[in-house]
Ligand binder design. Sequence first.
Ligand SMILES: Nc1ncnc2c1ncn2[C@@H]1O[C@H](COP(=O)(O)OP(=O)(O)O)[C@@H](O)[C@H]1O
Ligand SMILES: [Mg+2]
Length: 332
Amino acid sequence: MGDSQSEELIPTVNSNEQIIIETQGLTREFNETLAVDSLDLSIRRGELFGLVGPDGAGKTTTLRLLTGLLKITSGSGSLAGFDLATQPEEIKRHIGYMAQEFSLYSELTVLENLRFFSELFDVAAEDFALRSEHLLEFAALSPFRNRRADHLSGGMQKMLALASTLIHEHEILILDEPTTGVDPISRREFWDILAELYDNRTTVIVSTPYMDEADRCSRVGLMYEGRMVVCDSPEAIRDQLEGEVVHVRPDDWQAARVVLGELPGILETQSYGESIHLLVDSAEVRIPEIELALKENGVGIKEIRPAPARMEEAFISLIRGLAAHEDAPEKP
Ligand SMILES: Nc1ncnc2c1ncn2[C@@H]1O[C@H](COP(=O)(O)OP(=O)(O)O)[C@@H](O)[C@H]1O
Ligand SMILES: [Mg+2]
């Protein structure tokens, strides 16, 4: 939906010209593992594209294939018009890539790291002076410019890695799990920076295991076991969720789960700390039934209310649907 709308907004441009990254049946095998399985991807110039999925889903492998760093087993793809398999040098010139295991120089200071990466990418001295100040400000690292990288917190190291990636300009930014292991406040700041870039029409592809971050993207691809489960705008993905979410905070979480397990109309149950999120066919019908059943079984309710579906619910539901589908033929 969102895509067709933006097409209408730019009627003079052929939509094919807007596509900056494209893959067809892109596949990478490691021994017997299909790390990336027949991926068809199409990303437009200026998108903030999120590649979301649990550990081992194939995010890093996908991004490494897109950078031309990793050999393709089968299928094909292109970035900025260059072939992933045969033109890795050209591709390198169009991208800024922040690897999941980005290595900073631990014994160098913040500013020295920035300078090192600017020299690596032949950034002119006057550009460096301007850009480094802007980035230090941007990444909230100005007061720490003379601190050694190994004396920074994990979140600050990720910020420095991002700043080092941004010190040279590029049309496409590929960031592999830039927020993994980072505290929630730094995570938010990091996404604020990405949102600013997005406004400047840089194409950004970012992977994350945190499903809540998907909401900050213009489009999201959910990966699971090497495959793309769904690829759409966050709104459209949430709309795919069948049913409604009910938030329950019982006084006895375990007892509540047992009771809820017996009730009709509950499609899924997920626990969030002391709360339980239920996916039900109809919140209006099921809330009174749930209240009654918990009461009858002596479980107190601190809170019960309909809740908006979150990305997490949509994703977990989609992944479970997939797993159930796969299991089905094996059952007698
Ligand atoms: N160099 C490698 N050698 C062997 N297996 C690998 C290698 N890299 C990734 N894999 C496997 O491929 C799958 C996808 O891994 P990865 O792309 O790192 O996923 P993610 O980034 O989503 O956590 C995993 O099963 C992983 O063990
Ligand atoms: Mg990874």
